[in-house]
Every structure is written in C-alpha cells, then in structure tokens.
Design a protein around this ligand. Sequence first.
Ligand code: FE2
Length: 706
Amino acid sequence: MTVYRVCVGTGPYLMAGTLDNIFVTLVGTCGESPKRRLDRVGRDLAPGSVQKYKVRCSEELGELLLLRLHKEHAFFPKDSWYCSCICVTTPGGTLCHFPCYQWIEGYCTIELRPGTARTICQDSLPLLLDHRKWELQARQECYRWKVPTPGFPSIVDVSSFAEVESDKKFALIKTVPCADKGDSSGNRYLPGFPMKTDIPSLLSMEPNIRYSATKTTLLLFNAIPASLGMKLRGLLDRKGSWKKLDDIQNIMCCHKTFTSEYVTEHCEDHFFGYQDLNGVNPVMLHCLSSLPSKLPVTNDMVAPSLGPGTCLQTELERGLIFLADYWILVEVPVHCINGRPQYAASPLCLLWLNPQGALVPLAIQVSQTPGPDSPIFLPTDSDWDWLLAKTWVRNSEFLVHENNTHFLCTHLLCEAFAVATLRQLPLCHPIYKLLLPHTRYTPQMNTLARATLLNPEAVDKVTSIGRQVLLYLMSTGLAHFTYTNFCLPDSLRARGVQDIPNYHDDGLKIRAAIESFVSEIMGFYYPSDASVQQDSELQAWVGEIFAQAFLGWESSGIPSPPCTPGELGKLLTAVIFNCSAHAAVNSGQHDFGAWMPNAPSMRQPPPQTKGTTTLKSYLDTLPEVNTTCNNILLFWLVSQEPKDQRPLGTYPDEHFTEERPLRSIAIFQSRLAQISRDIREQERNRGLKLPYTYLDPPLIENSVSI
Ligand code: FE2
C-alpha cells in the first residue's frame, strides 16, 4: 500500500467554499488511484482553507499525468467552488502542483494537468493529447464569438453560456438564473444610475470571467453617490446652456483631483500642447517635413509665434513642426442630444516644439478643406476665436480618444485576445499561463459597458458621443488599424516623434520590461523557429485573433502566423502592453474631462468666419447642463478602478510552477519596482507642475478591467 498526500486549496473569496461532495482520482503512467472522497471532521473546503488528505493506492502510479476532481451531490443545494491549487506529494516525496484557479459549478468532473507548461509538440502520450483536444472542444462550446456589428472586432457571445450543459466533462459552466425583478424586456434601472442595464446578460456571465462580488459592489459605490449628488442639485434634469463658465467648475465639487483643478485653471497654449504629449490620447502627433496642401499655413501667419531668428521652413527642416490630423472625423454622422443636433469637425492642428521644450499650437484649421469658409485660426486672433478653435480640437480629441484609442484599441481588442486565449489554448499551454492574468475581467467589463453605457438607448441619451458616431469611428478606426500602431516603438518611429523629449518615456520603459519578460519566459518553451511553426494550438490562437480581432485584413500587417520566437515575442509583448497600459488612456479620463470645455460635444457648427465668437456663443456651443453632468459622471466612474486589483506583474494565481518561469516573473517584478522608483523619484516629475503618474506600475492593472 502506498500513500499520496493531497493538499487542496480553496480561494479566499466570498462564497468560494463548497458543501458538495468532492472526490479526487490520481492518474499516472502506471495506473489510477481509487476515487477518494475529500472528507475530514468539520468543514471541508471553506473559503481560504488549505485541507490535507491521503489517497491510498495498492501500488505506485508512476509519473502523475492528471488529477480528476469530481463534484457531486451532497445534502445541500448545489453550489459553486473556487478551487485554487492542489498539491500532491508522491510516496517518493516528489511534490506535484495541479493549478486550477477556477470556479467549478454544478456537478461535474474536471481533469487538471500538473503545472509544468507544455506545448502540443511536447506531449506525446495519447491520453494527454486527447485531454488537450477535449478541453478545447468544451471551451469552444462555452466561449463563442459574436459579431456585434459589421466592421467591429468579434466579442464574447453571452447568450451561449445559457446553452451549455453544466455537467460536461471539462466545461466549468452553469448559467445563473436571473432572480432580479425587471421590466418586461428584462431591463432594469440601477438605483441612481440614469440608464437601463441588461441585468440578465450580466448575471449569466460565465463565472470564470465574471467580476468578483467585491468589484461589482465597489463599482456601484463609485457611481451612485456622485449621480445622486447631481440629481439632488437638479443638474441631471436641467437642459439649456450654462450661464457662466465658473458654474461648470462646481459640478464635481466633491470629486476634484489635483489634475482636474489644474486642467480647469489652465487653458493657455502650453497646456493645450502638453495634452498631446501627456494627456489621455497621446497618439495623434506626426512630425512634418513639409506642410500638406490641405493646410495652407504661411510663414507670415506663424511668424509672431515662432519669434525672431527662425521661420516655418527652418523649423520644418529641424523636425520641430508637428501635425494632429483628425481626418477620421471627416464624414462622421451627426446625432442629437436633448432633441438637438450635435456637430463634429475634422480639424488640422499645427504645433511647434519650441526651444524651451514646450509643444505649442501654431495654427488650427477646423476642416480638412481649405477655403474662405474655413479660416485658419491663429494665437493672434481674438481670445474667443482662438479658444473656440482649440475647443474644436478638444472635441475631436474627445471623440477619437473615447471611441478609438480607448474603447476600440484597448477594450475591444483585448476582449478578442481574451476569448481567443480561452478558446484555443489549453490550461497547460505556456501562452495560456502567460496571458490569462492579462485578460482578467475584460469580457465582463465590456459586457457591462455594452449593456449600460453603449446600449442603443443609453448612448444617445446619456453620453455625448452618439451611437452612430461610435459605430462609424470604431469601424473606420479598425479598417485603418495596423500592427505598426499596435507596437509602441514602431508607432513612434512611423510618426517621426521618437525624439520628442520625455514623450512616452514611461510607456517605453514598461514595454521594454514586458518584452524582456516575454522573451525570457517564452525562450524557455520556444527555443527555435520550428518550435513556433509546429505548435498548431499557437497557430490557431493567432489565426483566430487575426480573423476575429482584425477581421482578416492583410493590410493590418498582423503576423499571421508568427514564424520565429522573435515575431511571437513581439506579438505577445504588444498584447500584454495593450492590456495593461490601458491605464494610460483610461485613468486620466476624469482628470482631463471633468473640466467639460476640455472634452466637449458641440451644439453649433464650426465657425466659418473670424471675429464672431463671444462668451455667449461659446457657452451656446458647449454641451447643455444635463449632458455635461452625464459625461462627467461617466468619466468619474471609469477612472476609478473598483478594488480587487492586480497591478502589472503580480500573479497570485500561480499557473507557472517551474523554476525558470518563476525566476522570470521575479525579475520582471523587480524591473517594474525600479521603474516605479524612477517615476516617483526622478527629476522629471519633481520638476513638473503636473507630474505624470498614470503608468507608475503599482497603478497599472494587469488587464482591462474598468
Ligand atoms: Fe477603460
């Protein structure tokens, strides 16, 4: 008789324990153990517990290949169990980890493999090859693609969760029936939140990709007090223009931040240019070697800004003239808010990096077509004319940032990466282990956003974006999206902005740390070109990303398939960077948007002549009172990460168990800690009136989760 010692961990989460009967079977190269019930005196498998058991066998099982967990009916109602990890000590004293880190719902049997990561090429036993195949089949049945609208990246099909049986051998799914009382359509208002939510679709989210109870609760806690405050003051119901600019400052009196106050107080040109480098949308600048014909700016126009001793041509030759071109908005549809049409423009903004190192605007043309109806506005124009021209650029920034830079390029693409990972890579695959922490909560977050903020009813009434605008911008943005955009250093080089001092400093450092981490860890599993090319699961994963995220467009330049470890490392680096550096385009939304004129929608068409703008016409162009409040509420909500966070590089779920990847994780963490110290201590931030901290590693989430 031999004895295997089994140590079972239950997650420390609310309702993570189980009262169901749990059995375990060990499968080795020389045979299987009897099915052993995990039963001790007292409560087994409570949240946060680690319980020890013995499994007796008539003889040794050889190398352990699988661990079967059977969850069966007991006397109590069926429940869910979050199993974190199971450790087995063999009679010879060898310790074998079986990572699980999943919710197990209903009555089912699941099979876990040891923590050693294996590509399909490294498996040869038919038992293990079959296990991979069946695991992926079950996952593909559970996580299905849905095309939300033509031209969009595919999303997770929430309705498919309801169709899958819970007792499938490998599927860990059970639909939670909706007990909430809603209206006949199943929609329901969250208290204090001015839009309908599709509660059933949220509750039926598969548990392994669902927000934790903690995160959901804190999300509501963030939203409700702010909206109630505005409701009580009558602002959410008030239509019409603001009477004074000062009144806008007082909307979020309880939610001011250092940066939001700074933004409110600084409308000067230096800060306008600063936002192109360090704001929430730092992706628009292109270096110019000559002016495009659609922007006929002359030297005389900009000479007062450039000062003596230089001219426009000289500054172009020095590489110090930049363009922010909002061409993507040229055919954007108009929409209505409060029953009134909104307007958009497609401005061209010319900027100069001056000898003091500040980026300042030189000229703004509010349309793509030069002519008498589209004057070129200059800093020497009247204060109101120049402020209105800059406000049109801020409106374009707002639309491009929210729809494309933020929602499309981080939320939607990262959801597609998450779903492809769940569908195409088995639990034991090294890329699954690498990427899973960077997909945490992303499908749930996006489902929540689609059901609330982006549902057809809400998006036109509540936000100032408009559904038609959203659909147009995202599909146009994806059609023009390239792999160059996706890889930060390539994007900087392609735009000719890599030499702007301090531009994307933190992002480049973090990306470099991710790149080292990925190449170290993947170099262990993919030592040669052949190891990449022969991994059929990896190829299927990339193929699905190419087809579902980038819609199979060859023009995107996505390497499908990657052929070398270098190409694979670059792709994985870009995926992890996009999932985590989402913080750069997310966390500052309230800081930069709370002062509404800095991120407005527009109620009047662009000016066709100079000299007509006044304070009243300016206020009549900015959003109405209720629209302003709704937008600011939204910014507040999405800028607050609702706890249950996992900062970049933290992996409490230990999917990797081998020494080499664990060492790579430790090195990655120490690199990130050094970057954080540099950011906090360096002269750059100490000398700045407005320090840049959005990419301080402890403040970055591993994944897109808000
Ligand atoms: Fe976000």
